[in-house]
Design a protein. Structure first.
Length: 119
């Protein structure tokens, strides 16, 4: 099993920056890809960015050029650097990971961290 705990959320003015962190613990050697999702009130949970173990990244169009996903050298912590924040970025941000467990792949989720961007 893998445990994920997000931190770094908070209240920031439009144009500001925040850095989210999500350390993974447990069976981290099985992690294939890590993600950041977000969910605004009354809306579905959407993918923000993802990063593979080899460092390949993918971003939602709405955050390209403003957000950067990265991991530490040990590949057990994923970060999301968020710059030029907009009010529409307000959401609960969730960290997730795809983990190989034998012949299956299982998804793990963190509990979420609130990001609020004021105009």
């Amino acid at each position: 099993q893998v445990q994920l705990v997000e931190s770094g959320g908070g209240l920031v003015q439009a144009g500001g920056s925040l850095r989210l962190s999500c350390p993974a613990s447990g069976s981290i050697f099985g992690i294939n890809r890590m993600y950041w999702f977000r969910q605004a009130p009354g809306k579905q949970r959407d993918l923000v960015a993802s990063i593979t173990r080899s460092g390949n990244t993918n971003y939602a169009d709405s955050v390209k050029g403003r957000f950067t996903i990265s991991t530490n050298n040990a590949k057990n912590t994923v970060y999301l650097q968020m710059n030029s924040l907009k009010p529409e970025d307000t959401a609960v941000y969730y960290c997730a990971a795809d983990v190989s467990e034998g012949q299956t792949v299982r998804a793990y989720w963190g509990q979420g961290t609130q990001v609020t961007v004021s105009s």
